[in-house]
Write a protein that binds this ligand. Sequence first.
Ligand SMILES: [Zn+2]
Length: 191
Amino acid sequence: MRNSTEFNHLLQAYTIPLKGLKQGMHEFDYQLNEAFFANFENAPVQQCQLTVHLQIDKRVNLFILQFDIEGAIPVSCDRCTEIFDWSFESNNIVLLKVSYNKDEAEEEDSDTDILYISADRSNYNIAQLIYEFVVLNMPIQKVHPLGENGQALCNAKVLDILNHGIEEEATDDETENIDPRWAALRKLKDK
Ligand SMILES: [Zn+2]
């Protein structure tokens, strides 16, 4: 992350005025694109069109934050290398608990999504949380979705070239890295 002054300036829109909220439900909407992710060093996401819908339920000494993030992130297909819009969706709930205990204050409970904030805290910036939710919900394997015929919507030409190479120089490692759905298709094809 950049230094905190710059961070605060660029991401000020993501500061929630905790003390200014009345008890009850509040809703916030944000649009995320590369300008947002440029605030984080080595962000695995850059170009994207994501919307964040945040609902905050303010209760006595507790804020329940529900983040619903969805949209498209262009990714390179692990199978055919073509860039495609990966449809992203995540739903996360975080509890912000006001703490009057100084030892507990501002600490993160790692087992649950409970964050403790000190009682004199008047606002809270959620940019880091949003960033983490997007990054944590990125797929480990990014592969074109399946089309109507049950086959992945991969670039057939590129696949042909790639598979020709793999068949000739297959090693155990490479075979293991092949997506299981694709491996199944290959088996069918080979019959
Ligand atoms: Zn593909």
